[in-house]
Structure formats: structure tokens, C-alpha cells
Design a protein around this ligand. Structure first.
Ligand code: ZN
Length: 382
């Protein structure tokens, strides 16, 4: 059983490392703190280097890296630039080359390797149609014009949800109304496939950099929950050919991108903003049905969805889905939040699904007793 943890204190970490070792932790995900890499390794744990390839530095935030929607509007999402920007790609590959040349790290973990989700609104989600993506689409054989036209068409539909919502309710949701939308806008599927192909390509490029060193270095990625991964360019199955493990983010609460409750909250808010004639409950039912999350017992009050989140069973469902998507080819270490008040219950549920390990998002000094309880449950053999 592997126990992972990330976000150790930047300074005075020696005592924390000792504590985690005693507790049974095996792997630490380390940011740009090379002293910490050495300290973790010295204590016999594995040090994995975290890389966020498309994250912009303060002086890089600028138009040239921004993602573009089908109406030509440009955005920086979550501090990130376009995954097809050649400079960002090259910079991150070179960076890992430098790190691997100078330090004996045990692994590389990708984070934020995706296109935008819903948290900045639908417009930012419907990217990217920048010149670099246009070149990439041509190179890969995708019909850029059709993708752009159809994503634009679907985006405009989002502004008049009340016109097609009755079709969904008439069918009681399910596949038929989704197919009818996709048949009208076939370029949307092509666009999602293009997003995935770009992320797979980048993951492959990083694989080749790492393997060129001929060392035994593990390579993994932190991914969005399976329910959302298709939309942001993370195809678990395709990615599993290049990775040694994955860590799906399965937070039932939270207010940042990739938290399932917050992503749904953001999408619902955006649809309500664009369709003032619709009431909250019908939009929530639409979104929950579309994503098939009604069995996660979501609340029908939008603020409650943000504050209280989804039920703790959600973690097990998403974990099993992740394992099925990678067809058990590589280990799946679910990434969970120690700050979640129901984490102990969630871990008990997860344990029933044959865990190979778990990844704790961050070390929190004030939550040590909860961490100890979680580790105790994980280590129980029955
Ligand atoms: Zn782009």
C-alpha cells in the first residue's frame, strides 16, 4: 500500500518528514524545493517532482499565451496558458531535463495538463481556437473550421437553454437528447477529441524526455475526476499508455477547479446567468442528469452545493470509474483532501474497492489527528 502526500511546509520540513515516515508514508510530491527532495530521499521515502507545464509566471501573463474561444475572445484560465503554445511546451520539457540532470528524483508528476473547465464560465471552457491550436489541428488532421463553427453553435445554444430543455425533460434525459445535439454539431465531438489528442501528445513528449535518461523514474499525473475528464482533454485510457500511475482528484467539496461540486456549481451558475427565464431547480436537475450525478445526492440549492458538496459515496464511484478507464493497467491512487470533514467515512468506503494506495493533497499541521485516523483505516488488513 503506497501512501502519498504533497505540499509539505517550504521550510522547517525535517520534523514533518520524520513524522510522515513514522506514520508509514512512502511517497512525497515535491514542488520546486530541491532541499526537500534531498531530505525526503535521505529518510528513505520517494521524492516525486511536481510539474505544472502550462502555468504562467507573473511576467508571462499576457495575450500571447491566452486561450481563444470561437468568437475570438481570449482568456487566461486558472493562471494557465494554451496547452498548444510551443514556448510553454518546450520550456516545461527543458525544465524537467534540467531537474533530472541535476537531481536523482524518483518520479515526475504532471498537474494541470488540461484545457479549461467550467470554473471561469462557459466562454473560457469553449477554447481553444488560437493560431497554435489551428496549426496543431491541421497537423493532426482535424477540421479546425468545423470544430470552431460547431463549438460556436453549441455555445449559442447555451444562451437559450429554455428552448431545448423541454427535449431533455421529454426524454427524461439519457442518450437520445444528447445525440440529437451532437448530430446537429458534430464538430463538438471532434473538438473534444482534439483536446484529448493534444494532451496525450504532450504527455508522450514528456514521457520521451524522462525515458531518455534511462533511469528508473516513475511518471504519473494528477487528473480531473473521471466524470469531467473527457471535457477538458484528459482521456484516462489513452493517457494510461504513457503513465506509470494516475491520481484522480476526487474531492466532494471545495471551491477550486477540478472539485466536482464546484465545477457543477460553476456550470449551473453560468447557465442561470445566461438564461434568466429559468429557475434554479430545473437548471440543477438538467446539469445533474447530464452528468449522471444524481446518485451522489447533490443538493438542489446552489449555495449548498458549493458549501456542503456531494455525498461521500462519490469518491468510491469516481475511483472505480478511474480504474475501469485505465483497465487496471496502471495503479490508481485517489487524491483526497484531509480537510474534508467526511474523509474518514469516504476512506472506509474506498477501502472496499481494493485500494493500492492513496494520495493526500496536502500536509496540514492542525489536522494531524485526522491524518492519523485515515492512515490507520488504510493500513487495516480487513
Ligand atoms: Zn490554443
Amino acid at each position: 500500500m503506497r501512501l502519498w502526500i504533497a505540499k509539505l511546509p517550504m521550510k522547517k520540513y525535517d520534523e514533518v518528514i520524520e513524522y510522515l515516515l513514522d506514520l508509514g508514508f512512502t511517497d512525497v510530491i515535491v514542488g520546486y524545493n530541491l532541499g526537500q527532495v534531498i531530505a525526503v530521499k535521505d529518510r528513505g521515502m520517494k521524492a516525486h517532482f511536481l510539474v505544472k507545464p502550462f502555468r504562467l509566471t507573473k511576467d508571462q501573463i499576457g495575450r500571447q499565451y491566452a486561450l481563444e474561444d470561437p468568437l475570438g475572445r481570449r482568456y487566461i484560465w486558472n493562471g494557465m496558458g494554451c496547452p498548444n503554445h510551443p514556448e510553454l511546451r518546450e520550456r516545461s520539457l527543458k525544465f524537467i531535463e534540467e531537474i533530472m540532470s541535476g537531481y536523482e528524483i524518483n518520479g515526475v508528476v504532471l498537474d494541470g495538463v488540461n484545457f479549461p473547465s467550467f470554473t471561469n464560465g462557459i466562454n473560457t471552457f469553449t477554447t481553444c481556437f488560437c493560431e497554435h491550436c489551428e496549426n496543431k489541428a491541421k497537423e493532426m488532421g482535424y477540421d479546425f473550421k468545423r470544430m470552431k463553427g460547431d463549438v460556436k453553435g453549441l455555445l449559442k445554444e447555451a444562451y437559450r437553454l429554455s428552448e431545448f430543455l423541454p427535449i431533455f425533460t421529454a426524454f427524461d434525459y439519457g442518450i437520445p437528447p444528447i445525440l440529437s445535439a451532437l448530430i446537429e454539431y458534430p464538430g463538438v465531438i471532434e473538438w473534444l477529441s482534439f483536446r484529448s489528442a493534444c494532451i496525450v501528445e504532450y504527455t508522450k513528449e514528456m514521457f520521451n524526455v524522462i525515458s531518455s535518461f534511462g533511469r528508473n523514474v516513475e511518471y504519473g499525473a494528477i487528473l480531473f475526476p473521471p466524470t469531467l475528464a473527457w471535457l477538458i482533454g484528459q482521456d484516462y485510457h489513452q493517457l494510461s499508455y504513457y503513465l506509470d500511475f494516475i491520481q484522480p482528484i476526487i474531492y466532494r467539496t471545495g471551491t477550486s477547479p477540478s472539485c466536482l461540486n464546484f465545477e457543477l456549481y460553476s456550470l449551473i451558475g453560468e447557465l442561470l446567468r445566461l438564461n434568466r427565464d429559468l429557475d434554479e431547480e430545473s437548471v440543477m436537475r438538467f446539469v445533474y442528469s447530464l452528468f449522471n450525478v444524481l446518485h451522489y445526492n447533490p443538493p438542489f440549492d446552489r449555495e449548498e452545493l458549493k458549501e456542503k458538496g456531494l455525498s461521500s459515496e462519490m469518491l468510491s464511484y469516481e475511483y472505480v470509474a478511474a480504474k475501469e478507464l485505465v483497465r487496471e493497467r496502471i495503479p490508481v491512487y485517489p487524491r483526497v483532501e484531509i480537510g474534508d470533514e467526511e474523509i474518514v467515512t469516504s476512506i472506509k468506503n474506498l477501502k472496499k474497492q481494493h485500494l493500492e494506495g492513496i494520495s493526500i493533497t496536502s500536509y496540514e499541521a492542525k489536522l494531524k489527528s485526522r491524518l492519523e485516523e485515515v492512515v490507520k483505516i488504510i493500513k487495516l488488513t480487513t
